[in-house]
Design a binder for this molecule. Structure first.
Ligand code: SAH
Ligand code: SF4
Length: 370
């Protein structure tokens, strides 16, 4: 006990820091009870003072589940023959974007499986131009279509995308290799290089990881947060790993901690990241809602400031199940919106309707360069 008092920094002191050692992060991620509440209170204060109480909506359009990759954790991996593959029509995608625009969401996220055929690249390019045209250039567009060449990223940026989400999944190379097939298209270095390309092109770059993977330790997760700080991301989306029956990783189900624990850990990761990177945008991942019906709102309370309401046409939602228990499979865009509105205002936050809500961190870096 004496040792603890003498050598361990007080939690109050630790919570006032913006940079942490790996050991300090592990300590924060291990907090429980009253101490955990203190962490959450501190991260909420940092959020309110640095990015305010506004939550920005990004309408999520999961426009295709066709994927050339075979990530061992993902329900829509190419080897899963149970999935019916789809590519939404241009009209369906544009209708969803129009809904976002008319409801003042101010941004959409176009997400899909990873393809890099010329036809796919052209199609996305064309959609970007059409979405820009239908909204008079006002709707912000985030892409999340996996690893592409720098040329493709540049082309899509020129056609109207300005943010890109590419999770590193885990910053531990050997863990990355355990959860991906061992071949050229699933190389860790390739993913890192793609993040560098996005930065060079001038995107607001988003990354993140899965939390609670088999074999993953608290030290790995601490390294994940340090990685995000090192690459100086503008936005983060990270959420609990949720097993999927029709994937190879299910073999390690027995190694997983209970879902409630993974959920709790994800909240602590968000809180600690908010302390480390106070002015970035942090999304409340949909996977949080798959474990707790108000999971995303809980994340907003403690540090997240972006939510991605699902605008995917209902007929496709069943086929875009990256993980089990994916929520809102039958809830259309309108129902989803009113449900979220009520829950966010209950927690004392406000929806930033009609504002892009770009990452303040990105703006700060850009100004520094001038
Ligand atoms: N194909 C693109 C975008 C779609 S997948 C890409 O991979 O970047 C989007 C994210 O879903 C992935 O980055 C991964 O972190 C997450 N995901 C996939 N399977 C998951 C699972 N079983 N549990 C939780 N998240 C998962
Ligand atoms: Fe494809 Fe992305 Fe799923 Fe990997 S995580 S299989 S790239 S959709």
């Amino acid at each position: 006990m004496y040792v603890k008092i003498r050598f361990m920094k007080s939690l109050q002191k630790l919570l006032m820091q913006e940079s942490f050692s790996r050991e300090e992060i592990v300590r924060l991620l291990s907090l429980e009870g009253e101490e955990k509440k203190e962490l959450f209170l501190r991260s909420r204060t940092v959020k309110l003072t640095r990015v305010g109480n506004k939550v920005y909506f990004r309408g999520l359009i999961e426009f295709s589940n066709i994927c050339a990759k075979d990530c061992l954790y993902c329900g829509i991996r190419s080897s899963n023959t149970k999935v019916v593959r789809y590519f939404a029509t241009d009209d369906q995608i544009l209708d969803a974007a129009r809904f976002a625009f008319q409801n003042q969401y101010s941004s959409v996220v176009l997400q899909s499986g990873e393809l890099s055929t010329p036809a796919f690249i052209d199609r996305v390019d064309n959609l970007l131009k059409k979405i820009k045209a239908l909204s008079d250039g006002k709707l912000g567009i985030t892409l999340s279509c996996g690893e592409q060449t720098e040329n493709t990223y540049q082309r899509w940026l020129d056609s109207g995308a300005h943010r890109y989400l590419l999770r590193i999944e885990t910053s531990n190379k050997s863990l990355y290799e355990k959860i991906h097939p061992k071949n050229e298209i699933h190389r860790f270095e390739k993913r890192l290089e793609a993040l560098n390309s996005l930065r060079r092109c001038g995107y607001q770059v988003g990354s993140g990881m899965m939390i609670g993977l088999p074999f993953q330790t608290l030290e790995d997760m601490a390294d994940d947060l340090l990685f995000l700080q090192k690459i100086d991301v503008d936005m983060v989306g990270m959420g609990p790993y949720i097993e999927h029956e029709d994937t190879p990783l299910i073999e390690y189900r027995h190694l997983l901690s209970p879902r409630a624990e993974r959920f709790d850990l994800a909240l602590k990761m968000i809180a600690v990241l908010r302390l480390m990177m106070p002015d970035i945008n942090i999304a409340a991942a949909t996977a949080l809602q798959a474990i707790d019906p108000v999971g995303r709102e809980k994340a907003v309370q403690i540090g997240a400031n972006v939510i991605m309401p699902n605008l995917t046409p209902c007929e496709y939602r069943e086929e875009y199940k990256l993980y089990e228990n994916k929520p809102c499979l039958d809830e259309d865009a309108e129902a989803c919106k009113s449900c979220l509105e009520a829950r966010i205002s209950m927690s004392g936050d406000e929806i930033g309707y009609g504002e892009w809500g770009d990452s303040r961190h990105f703006a700060r870096r850009k100004n520094k360069k001038k």
